[in-house]
Structure formats: C-alpha cells, structure tokens
Design a protein around this ligand. Structure first.
Ligand code: 7TS
Length: 404
C-alpha cells in the first residue's frame, strides 16, 4: 500500500500556494514534480564533486564519472537492458527520437515505408516526416477510433515487406490510452521492421522490460518520472546502435581524430558527444531509485483509483465530454465542457491554484480527429489525492458557472 500523506512530504513544491490557494498540480503529463531526495542529489553534485567526466585523472572527475556511470547501471537495471552500453544518455525523448531518425537517413531508400500512429505526440511525427523528406520513404498512419484506441486490423493491413520502421507511443499523452505495443512489436518483426516505442508517458506509470518486449528502441525523459529536465535516455539493441551512424560529432564520441580520418568510440560514447548533463544523469538514477522505492505496482493501483474516481466525478457534470475512453488507459483525463473554450476554464482554474494543461497537447492530429481545437487535461500522479480531485471538481463547477 502507498502512504500518500508520507509521500507528499517528499515534494516541497506541494506546500506552496498559487494565487493565494494551495497548489493542486494536475499537469503531471507535461512534467512531474521532484522529490527532495532527487533535489538533494543535484545539490550534492554541485556542492561536492562537480567536474567533467571521463577525462580527468583527478579525484573529482573520477567521483563524477563513477556516479554518472552508476546511474547508467540503474537505468539499465530498471529497463532490464542486456548491456549498460545499450543505454544512451540524451537530453530527453525528443532528442532520442531525433537521434534515431537521423541515423536511419542512411539506411532507408525511396519507397520504403514507415508507420506511425494517429495517437502520437508531435515529437514522434515530425522527425519521421523529416526523415521521409530526406530519403523518399513514405509515412503511413495507424488510425484511431472514437474511444482513442488504435485500430489493429488497419495496422495489420499496413504492414508489408516494404515496412522498415514502426513508431508508436506506449501511452498517449493527450488521451492516456495504453497501446498494445506487444502486438505491434511482434507484427512488425514478422515483416522485418524495427520498432521504436516512445515511453515518455509510460515510464511514470509502469516499468517496461525492454528484453521481454523485444523492442528495438525505447525512449523516455527523466522529467516525467520525478527527475530533472534536460536529460533522458535512448535504449537501443546493441546491433541497431552499432548499425546507426553517430548523431553529433565532437569530444567524447571519437576513438581517434586526424584531419584525414576520424574513427568513432564504442557504445555508448559514440552517441554522447560533448559534456553531458552530468548532474541530470545522476539525478535520473536517483529518481528511478525513488520511484522503485514506492513500487510501480503500488503506483499503478493507486493511480487507477484516482483515474476511476476522477472520471466518475467529472461525468456527473452536465455537458462534460471525456475524450479518450479506451479500455486500457492511465491517469490522464482529457475533456471539454459544452462549448466553453478549454483555455478559459484553464485560466480560471489557475486563479484557484489548480494547474491543468489546455490546448492540443502537441497532438494536433488527435484534436483534428475529434474536430476540436483542444481539451482540458487533468493528469494525476501517485502524490495526488481524492481530496484534490474533490477541490478540482468544485473549482471546475465554479468556472463553468462563470463562463456559461
Ligand atoms: N512523447 C510523448 C508521448 C510526450 O508526452 C512528450 C511530452 C514527448 C514525447 C516529448 O518529451 P520531451 O521531454 O522531449 O519534451 N509531452 C508533453 C505533454 O503532454 N505536455 O507537455 C509535454
């Protein structure tokens, strides 16, 4: 069982007020909050052993290198990667996806096909469109249904011997749908295509096992899992990472440099040019420790209760429509009320100390599907409570009264 009152004490920000009201933070799908345990790790780094890594013989550099590489091992263990060098530190999900998209530029040819889903965040659409422009490959889209689920029969029909890559998010940021990635991976592999799963929204809620999934690439951002911004990871199967060319050139990623020819470092350094976000990487490891300390099964059980309670309370409000009613979904509720613009409701909720996201959530194709400009999105994490949902419902009703 999860002791939410004890957990809340770990998050200093949850004590603050916004516009004179206690903060209710329901924008977790955009970024999660950071516990003191992770903040302490960042402060400790800059207070005690700030130094560049992998390049100094001096003690500080060695301490920083050890901590950074220990964190990589924690990430490896968390995702159950076979090798530590299959974990590449990046600046986050967007960076990870662009790294892979760039790498495939030299591996695709005109007429090859790549598949994305209708439920993607823009960061899992635009890099592939750019890749298609560079290579002449063709982008195909797995359609969605009214509930916000992907239509698997249509996916089956899209796959063929020209399919080279499939990109899909594990969980949709706009609707919370949990996609059937096991099925998607198995079917893609049957035609010889590689699969990248965008785990930006899944990693806060579940613990993916990349070997059991047999996924080729899995990506996420630390800031969505109680870690800092500006750091994330790319998991790639060793064989794929060896096949892809480097993304950025610079220090750290080379074996030998002459003006005639440069040879590249082995994995993971081949993809880690320049001084990385060292404190961020170490704190990423600490964030995984923190979340594993609570336990992902406890987190899922509790967040499912919040989802069920929030959905039930919201549906009591007249004129309210929830978008994303998939059977398998996580603690994200996207909704609109009658013809009121989501932005107006979001602004009034902010006046009452409540943080939600409004707009298209960087998923415009989903909004186009529903023929709406955007939604109000409330997204819960394990430190939220039913009492906060109650206060949110009262505030929402007030906002609706003011705007009707
Ligand atoms: N993929 C998904 C599914 C996401 O939800 C996001 C960010 C990204 C990729 C990009 O992650 P980044 O860390 O590189 O920015 N999603 C959101 C959101 O829903 N609201 O703000 C950011």
């Amino acid at each position: 069982m999860l002791d939410v009152q004890k957990i809340r004490k770990d998050f200093p920000i949850l004590n603050r007020t916004v516009n004179g009201k206690p903060l209710i933070y329901f924008d977790n799908a955009a970024t999660s909050q950071t516990p003191q345990q992770v903040i302490d790790v960042i402060v400790d780094y800059y207070s005690n052993y700030n130094a560049n890594i992998h390049r100094g013989v001096h003690s500080l550099s060695q301490e920083a290198t050890d901590a950074y590489e220990q964190a990589r091992l924690k990430i490896q263990k968390h995702f159950n990667a076979k090798h530590a060098h299959e974990i590449i530190y990046t600046a986050g999900t967007t960076h990870s996806i662009n790294l892979v998209a760039n790498g495939f530029s030299s591996l695709l040819k005109k007429g090859d096909e790549i598949i994305v889903s209708a439920l993607e965040h823009h960061s899992n659409i635009v890099p592939w469109q750019m890749l298609c422009e560079r290579t002449g490959a063709v982008l195909k889209v797995i359609p969605m249904n009214e509930d916000g689920e992907l239509v698997m029969s249509a996916y089956d029909a899209l796959l063929n011997e020209n399919t080279k890559l499939v990109f899909v998010n594990h969980i949709s940021n706009a609707l919370g749908t949990i996609n059937p990635i096991e099925y998607i991976i198995e079917k893609a592999h049957a035609v010889g295509a590689a699969v990248l799963v965008d785990g930006a929204q899944s990693c806060p809620h579940l613990k993916p096992d990349v070997q059991a999934l047999d996924v080729d690439f899995y990506v996420c951002s630390a800031h969505k899992i109680c870690g800092p911004t500006g750091v994330g990871m790319l998991y790639g199967k060793e064989a794929w990472l060896n096949k892809l060319p480097p993304y950025q050139g610079g220090g750290e990623m080379i074996a030998e440099v002459t003006f005639e020819k440069t040879t590249y470092a082995d994995l993971p350094h081949k993809f880690e040019a320049g001084t990385p976000n060292i404190a961020g990487g170490i704190a990423f490891g600490a964030a995984l420790d923190y979340m594993n300390g609570i336990g992902f099964e406890n987190i899922a059980t509790y967040e499912n209760e919040l989802l069920a309670y929030g959905t039930e309370q919201l549906l009591k409000i007249e004129g309210l429509k929830i978008y994303g009613t998939a059977k398998e979904k996580t603690s994200v509720i996207s909704f609109n009320v009658a013809n009121i613009h989501p932005y107006d409701i979001g602004t009034i909720l902010d006046k009452m100390g409540i943080a939600v996201r409004t707009g298209h959530h960087c998923a415009q194709p989903i909004m186009d599907f529903y023929k709406i400009p955007g939604t109000i999105r409330a997204s819960f994490m394990f430190y939220n409570t039913k009492e906060e949902i109650d206060a949110f419902i009262i505030a929402l009703k007030k906002a609706i009264m003011m705007l009707s």
